[in-house]
Design a protein. Structure first.
Lengths: 113, 111
């Protein structure tokens, strides 16, 4: 089974802090994704990466950046956290083959105070 | 662009009732279709999928049939259990890396 592991289940940070969310997958998938999930808004794609050091903006990239230095690891960075970034963050991965499902981690519930 | 529309919830049922959650889509080409389930406090799990018209995906008693003529992929289960209480997401992949998700439908099953 594919395993996507997010480093924290719950995280509390303060406004203005730089926040790192880490995600690791163990299936050698080319593609990795970061979403945020908010009530009534569903899942919204922040960034995705199709290869090491490659990234593409999703629907809501403002206030975020990402890093992919190794194939198995994809980091989401909140450069200067704000309260409106309080949310559930979900990481996913899949193979770079047409019509593949994505495999998700358990999520990180982030609170910015 | 691609889009997925799901019925709004919550859907509230008694145990052993029949479940239908409607999903319709708009997409270019011939997308693959998926249902994901999210249990409280967890990430999304792939429930079932269908990759071409008239395919039926099934898993854990849930079924969905890819209907190209009605652009639909409705989720059904003949007899729900309390443990099926979760949020269900319909999604499609048009052949690119990213998925397009519906907004999710919460299912609440009471004993």
């Amino acid at each position: 089974d594919v395993k996507v592991t997010q480093s924290s289940r719950y995280l509390v940070k303060r406004t203005g802090e730089k926040v790192f969310l880490e995600c690791v997958q163990d299936m050698d998938h080319e593609n990795m994704f970061w979403y945020r999930q908010d009530p009534g808004l569903g899942l919204r794609l922040i960034y995705f990466s199709y290869d090491v050091k490659m990234k593409e903006k999703g629907d809501i990239p403002e206030g975020y950046s990402v890093s992919r230095e190794k194939k198995e690891r994809f980091s989401l960075i909140l450069e200067s956290a704000s309260t409106n970034q309080t949310s559930m963050y979900l990481c996913a991965s899949n193979r770079d083959v047409s019509n593949q499902p994505q495999h998700f981690g358990d999520g990180t519930r982030l609170s910015i105070l | 662009g691609d889009s997925v529309t799901q019925m709004e919830g919550p859907v509230t049922l008694s145990e052993e009732a029949f479940l239908t959650i409607n999903c319709t889509y708009t997409a270019t080409g011939y997308p693959s279709l998926f249902w994901y389930v999210q249990y409280p406090g967890e990430g999304l799990q792939l429930l079932l999928k269908a990759t071409k018209a008239d395919d039926k995906g099934s898993n854990k008693g849930f079924e969905a049939t890819y209907r190209k003529e009605t652009t639909s992929f409705h989720l059904e289960k003949g007899s729900v259990q309390v443990s099926d209480s979760a949020v269900y997401f319909c999604a499609l992949n048009s052949g690119y890396s990213t998925l397009t998700f519906g907004k999710g439908t919460m299912l609440l099953v009471s004993p």
